[in-house]
Design a protein around this ligand. Structure first.
Ligand code: NAP
Length: 368
């Protein structure tokens, strides 16, 4: 591609795909040329609202005939692999929403095809590129709390509000009504991805993946049985020596809440609040209490348009630069595969009642 030409994106998915479209439309070097959903009316309405020129109800058709250089995959996880493979096979660069796939087998196949096809492959994991996350990682690496040894992460989900959300596709319910949907173990794939970003390679995991709330009321009032896990607990040991306890659980008090507390031998860090705008706090050895940190300006993307999420813009910007300027893309499908291995190991630990080693494959011997 010429450096002066915009990157032309085709988006598959009209749910969160709308956010993806807005972020790329706000980027000065990208254009959203096409969008694809299954429901023709919904797809046409989204395209009209966002002024996207071409609409499709078949992603194969979009990939083969739309004027696009890249595909953003924003479908439910079990549709990521077929869409990404169709795109990569036709030489289109791919930015995939989290999780990379519904299984390690699919994630590995996607990573392998990405590695051999010469295209740019990226993960749309905006939680790891949020300014507060980047600052937190640097702060940890600079030794602000000494050697981190223990951490606890809690995500409380207003699952009732989530099920009754009207902005999603009707297909969204299948994430929970089909055992293959993956439930919150996969839907909250960003939690595991951010943990690996912050703490490095996991060595082993013990986990449970359960259904705490067996019935859901959907946006149209329908009551359905849930069949995929909504309540996940995991105990991960990292190669660095850090121990991390994670709880993802339904909580009925009208909001989602996140909290990550990291203890070191010279202080502690607390990241808490809404998932999209958490506050970072620090306590040193003599402080006794947390004090709130201000994120330095240098962690903001330099040309962030008003009203656009900084983490999402950063991912879009990295993807544009990777395709047009040949810069490396991070996070990539390699990162997606690592996260998938952890998620699948938690599920396997639940099924077998045994601790799972993660020391094989791409984790082998990698100290963090
Ligand atoms: N990063 C974040 O903060 C964030 C937030 C939310 C979601 N996500 C990710 O975004 C992805 C989609 O989630 P969502 O909430 O948007 O789900 P959703 O509301 O269920 O929307 C899924 C979209 O995919 C389309 N689709 C499904 N199967 C398809 C197929 N075979 N061909 C073409 N289109 C197909 C659906 O079309 P129809 O509606 O026409 O059936 C719908 O437009 C997931 O990977 C999720 O993890 C990320």
């Amino acid at each position: 591609m010429q450096a002066s030409e915009p990157l032309r994106i085709g988006i598959v998915g009209t749910g969160f795909g709308q956010q993806t479209a807005r972020v790329f439309q706000a980027h000065p070097r990208a254009q959203v040329a096409a969008i694809c959903g299954r429901d023709p009316d919904r797809t046409a309405a989204v395209a009209a609202e966002l002024a996207i020129p071409y609409t499709f109800t078949d992603y194969h058709e979009m990939i083969s005939s739309a004027p696009i250089d890249a595909v953003a995959v924003v479908t439910p996880p079990h549709i990521h692999r077929p869409v990404a493979e169709a795109a990569m096979s036709r030489g289109k660069h791919v930015l995939c929403q989290k999780p990379l796939a519904e299984s390690v087998e699919s994630a590995r196949a996607m990573r392998d095809l990405g590695a051999t096809s010469g295209i740019v492959h990226g993960m749309d994991q905006q939680f790891r590129t949020m300014p507060v996350t980047l600052y937190l990682k640097d702060f940890l690496n600079e030794g602000a709390i000494g050697r981190p040894h223990s951490a606890v992460e809690q995500i409380q989900i207003d699952i009732w509000g989530y099920y009754a959300y009207r902005g999603g596709s009707p297909s969204k319910a299948t994430w929970f009504t089909e055992p293959t949907g993956g439930g919150f173990l996969l839907a909250l794939g960003w939690v595991w991805d951010r943990q690996l970003f912050l703490f490095g390679s996991p060595r082993s995991v013990d986990g449970s993946a359960r259904i705490a709330i067996p019935e859901a009321t959907l946006a149209d009032g329908a009551r359905v049985r849930t069949k995929a896990p909504d309540s996940i607990h995991a105990h991960v040991e990292f190669w660095s020596g850090l121990t991390l306890i994670t709880q993802l659980a339904p909580a009925r008090w009208g909001q989602h809440r996140t909290r990550l507390e990291i203890l070191g031998d010279e202080g502690a860090l607390l990241l808490s609040g809404p998932a999209s705008a958490p506050v970072l706090q620090h306590a040193g050895v003599t402080d006794g209490n947390y004090r709130t940190l201000t994120i330095p300006e240098r962690y903001q993307p330099s040309d962030l348009p008003p009203g656009v999420d900084a983490g999402a813009f950063m991912i879009a910007d990295r993807f544009v630069r990777a395709v047009i300027d040949g810069e490396p893309m991070s996070p990539s499908f390699d990162d997606g595969l690592r996260t998938q291995e952890l998620m699948e190991a938690i599920g396997r630990s639940d099924e077998t009642g045994t601790r799972q080693e993660l020391s094989s494959g791409i984790h082998a011997g990698i100290p963090s």
